[in-house]
Structures are given as C-alpha cells and as structure tokens.
Design a protein. Structure first.
Length: 203
C-alpha cells in the first residue's frame, strides 16, 4: 500500500484528513476541534434544553480560522437582554411613582434597582466581550496560525507552486530496472512505485 504523506510535512505519514478542507494530516498536524451544541424542546407548559459537544478532526489552519471568524451575534443578544432589564426597571419606577410610594412595600421598591443593576451588568458584559475579549481571541488565533504556517517546511505564504513538467525521454531504450526519479523532490524510487515515498507526489 502506498504511503500518503502529510500536506504540511512531506516526510511524515498522514494519519487523518481535515473534515473541512480535506488536507491529509500527520500526527503533529491533526487537531481536534470541539464544538458545543444546544437544542431546546417545548412540551406543553415547560421547555427542556439539551447541551452536547462534537469533536472534529481538522487541520491547524481550519482550527484557527474558526476562531478568527467567530460570530458576535450571541453577545449582541446578550446586550439586548441587558437593555430589556434596564427598560423594565425604568417602567417599574414609573409605575411606583404613579401609585405613590407610601402604599408600596419596601421589598418591592428595591426590585427596580435590582433589575436596573442586572441590566447594566449584562449590557456591560456584552460590550466588553464584543469590543475587548473577542478581538483579543481573534488576534491570538491569527498569531498562532501564522506561527504554525511559519514552522512548516512546505508552506510559504504567497508562494505559487509551479507544476514541474517532466522532460521527454528521446532515447528509445528504457531500462526497466532503473529507479524512478520523483519530479517534485528528486528522490529515487523503485520502479513499481506510483507515488514518491518521500514527498507523496505522483511519479
């Protein structure tokens, strides 16, 4: 069986394939990405939410790209909830002023303050996550992705790989026992090989 080599490290045997871009990966490049999921089901007068996680084998580039392009929608919804609590607190204060403060119990008077603080806290948390935490996570992912690309020997940013066209053999006599020379890396291979044993290229 012909050995299939890693897309990033030509001299290493591939043991996995990226589920996203389908690159072949060696043991050093194989990355497990855990994705969280949730599903809510509604039954009559109650609802139930189930949480689970799935693991996917991906290459380091796809792993970091998912973090670089992560969505901010959940945190925008978080800010919306905070604004909702703050508006509710404002409405409760208006109702209390209409009914008069003397007839309202003390523990009810505290509720608008609590709702207001909760709303402000949720909104500030969402704003901090969107404008501080998420950009920092994306910057770290971009930096680690670039470090990985710089560490591999095959990938060079911006390089266009030119396909090598083999020279035509003009001699009518061909020795069947002669080793097959790889047109990609120049290494010798036995005559029965269809792929190079060093770089994995087609002979």
């Amino acid at each position: 069986m012909t050995q299939v080599n890693c897309a990033y490290h030509p001299g290493r045997e591939a043991i996995a394939k990226c589920e996203n871009c389908h690159k072949m990966l060696c043991v050093a490049c194989r990355t497990v990405d855990t994705i969280q999921h949730s599903s809510t089901s509604h039954h009559m007068d109650h609802s139930h939410t189930t949480y689970w996680a799935t693991q996917h084998e991906v290459c380091p580039e796809c792993y970091y790209d998912r973090r670089i392009h992560s969505s901010r929608v959940p945190y925008i919804v978080m800010i919306g909830f905070g604004i909702f609590f703050a508006v509710m607190a404002f409405g409760m204060l208006n109702l209390m002023s209409d009914f008069g403060g003397s007839s309202i119990p003390d523990f009810v008077k505290i509720m608008p303050i609590l709702f207001g603080l909760i709303g402000i806290g949720i909104s500030l948390g969402g704003v901090y996550t969107i404008f501080v935490k998420v950009p920092r996570i994306k910057a770290e992912a971009q930096e680690k992705k670039q470090e990985f690309l710089d560490s591999v020997t095959r990938y060079v940013p911006g390089q266009v790989v030119q396909k090598v066209v083999p020279q035509t053999i003009t001699s009518p006599i061909i020795n069947p026992q002669a080793p097959r020379i790889c047109q990609h890396c120049g290494s010798e291979n036995i005559t029965t090989n269809e792929f190079c044993g060093k770089c994995g290229g087609k002979l």
